[in-house]
Design a binder for this molecule. Structure first.
Ligand code: R5P
Length: 300
């Protein structure tokens, strides 16, 4: 079946790269806000029949950026899906490298919404055929998806990048217990018998403040601190400070999704990171590692 790629406004660079990998046509969208704040989106085509009977792949990340917050990005995604469905797509495949609200998968305090599940329920209502995301915060949540759902692992790409920087005698540090599996995967991709150390992190569910502890022996080691998301940078900066106190040499702050909100870059670099490394799930200046090929391989 012929494929066509719709590149959402949040994934323009990654979208074009994936289209090139797949040698298929990429179509972009135009967006605006109505005076009352509602989102408007139109797929940039004049002839609706080019969608009919095709396998339509939609790429739209849903992380916050200066041009749209998570809610707008999700609305845009829903609008693209609705449009291609209405135009008669035979199959609809969505690629959402960063899935917003994925961290709201548990109830921590009475009265909270388990909104990650709601996002999947909304997506399920469209009758999708396939969904791809990357290093989702809690992979178990993918069970909520009614269609084929794939959580792509970017750890090999990130490990290869760190290797290319000449890091050898490394220790992988997980900033909390939740990141342990991803850190193990990173270490396995990096090489044999790479040590993994885990810090203890507690987040105050009311204030969001974090406490981290752990006395590790990192004397003279190059340290990779790997996490799924860098948001405010609080977790990463605190882990870097502890790693420095434990004698670390070089420190690579690695995350699949480097949202880098507010002062995050400053906090992380000031804490002592030599480099911040992310993927292009989020389009910003630290996205040295491209997901284009690995995503395209899944879509072939
Ligand atoms: C939390 O469990 C996540 O894995 C990340 O550690 C967290 O989202 C990072 O957030 P921040 O950068 O605001 O500390």
């Amino acid at each position: 079946m012929e494929k066509i790629l719709i590149v959402g406004p949040a994934s323009q660079i990654l979208g074009v790269k994936i289209a090139q990998e797949l040698s298929i046509e990429a179509i972009n969208t135009e967006i605006k806000k109505f005076p009352d704040g509602e989102n408007y989106l139109r797929i940039n085509l004049e002839d609706e029949t080019i969608i009919a009977d095709k396998k339509v792949i939609i790429i739209q990340s849903t992380g916050p950026s200066s041009s749209g917050n998570q809610n707008s990005r999700l609305m845009e995604l829903f609008m693209i899906i609705d449009s291609v469905k209405r135009m008669g797509a035979a199959k609809i495949v969505i690629v959402v490298p960063y899935l917003a609200y994925a961290r709201q998968d548990k109830i921590f305090r009475p009265g909270e919404s388990q909104f990650a599940n709601v996002i999947f329920r909304i997506l399920n209502s469209f009758g999708l055929d396939e969904l791809y995301t990357v290093d989702i915060h809690a992979p178990e949540i993918m069970d909520e998806c009614a269609c084929k759902a794939v959580n792509i692992d970017s750890m090999k790409l990130l490990a290869d990048y760190i290797k290319s920087k000449g890091a050898k005698d490394i220790v992988v540090v997980s900033p909390d217990k939740g990141a342990t599996d991803r850190s193990k995967t990173f270490a396995n991709h990096f090489g044999e018998n790479i040590p993994i150390e885990i810090f203890d992190k507690e987040r105050d569910v009311k204030t969001g403040e974090i406490q981290m502890s752990g006395a590790l022996n990192l004397k003279g080691k190059d340290v990779v601190i790997s996490d799924d998301i860098i948001a405010t940078g609080g977790t990463m900066a605190t882990a870097i400070k502890l790693a420095k106190e434990s004698g670390a040499n070089k420190i690579f702050a690695v995350a699949t999704h480097a949202l880098l909100l507010g002062q995050a870059k400053f906090r992380i670099l000031k804490a002592g990171a030599d480099e911040i490394i992310g993927t292009d799930s989020i389009d910003n200046e630290v996205c040295q590692v491209s997901l284009a090929k690995i995503i395209a391989d899944y879509l072939k």
